[in-house]
Design a binder for this molecule. Structure first.
Ligand code: ADP
Ligand code: MG
Length: 238
């Protein structure tokens, strides 16, 4: 297939290396030159042993951290020369995150948590934000709980709120770092199905870190990280 026939790259890494504690006795390189392209609409599992560098990779793709060397493009935008404010803006508009531990503000309601990124972008709440957040609460099946304090919800419900919050800006890219790692099978299934349906309906590109082989099988593609290198980036078996 010609390059021009392919969907545009949402993530493009070239030669990405990452060392921690640079310039100290504890300096250690954990990513050793990663090349990776993820195209619009792809739903990718990211797999590999603990400590192999999956979270480090996701943090770099998500512009939460910078590589020691190499280049990162997100949504076609080269990021190397961007300052922190520009990175924050690009991240806020283009990228949603879901982590293993939900990072909700437990003293706010579920709906207020979902509205938070909209507030960050616009400065103040308006009705359209509430309507959008309510629609997302409905799509994650939590309308009856939207006015409950986030801290009072179950783990699975809290993670579904996190997914709604990650999607409220309609990001091109959703990064999920072991979002089901802490959940029972049924809640894990609910969160996974939600990500799959967002991908199908909105073309959201998803990177989904998981240790769950059954869920990884149900992604379109598997990116395997071993010892700080991508050792395989292959389509899932049929
Ligand atoms: P994974 O998500 O695959 O378990 P990580 O990306 O979290 O792997 O970690 C990769 C390696 O980098 C590990 O050896 C880990 O101890 C190390 N590491 C991660 N974060 C830091 C940090 N902030 N400072 C120093 N070392 C780190
Ligand atoms: Mg990790």
């Amino acid at each position: 297939m010609a390059e021009s026939d392919l969907a545009p790259a949402v993530v493009q890494l070239q030669g990405v290396r990452k060392a921690y504690n640079v310039g100290t006795d504890f300096e250690s390189e954990v990513l050793h030159g990663i090349d990776l392209t993820v195209r619009r609409g792809e739903f990718c599992a990211v797999v590999g042993p603990s400590g192999s560098g999956k979270s480090t990779l996701l943090n770099i793709v998500g512009l939460l951290d910078r590589p020691t060397s190499g280049t990162v493009e997100v949504c076609g935008e080269p990021t190397t020369l961007l300052g922190d404010a520009a990175l924050t803006r690009l991240r806020g508009h283009s990228i949603g995150f879901v982590f293993q531990y939900h990072h909700l503000i437990t003293a706010f309601t579920a709906l207020e948590n979902v509205m938070m990124p909209l507030l960050g972008a616009a400065g103040r709440a308006d009705d359209s934000m509430r309507i959008r957040a309510e629609a997302l609460m409905a799509s994650v099946g939590l309308t009856p709980w939207q006015d409950h304090l986030a801290g009072k919800l179950s783990g699975g419900q809290q993670q579904r709120v996190s997914v709604a919050r990650a999607l409220v800006m309609n990001p091109a890219l959703l990064l999920a770092d072991e979002p089901t790692g802490n959940l029972d099978t049924q809640s894990a299934e609910a969160v996974f199905s939600l990500l799959r349906s967002m991908n199908a309906e909105h073309g959201t590109t998803v990177l989904f870190v998981t240790h769950n082989a059954a869920l990884a099988q149900r992604c379109d593609r598997t990116i395997e990280v071993v010892d700080g290198q991508v050792t395989g980036a292959h389509p899932a078996p049929p």
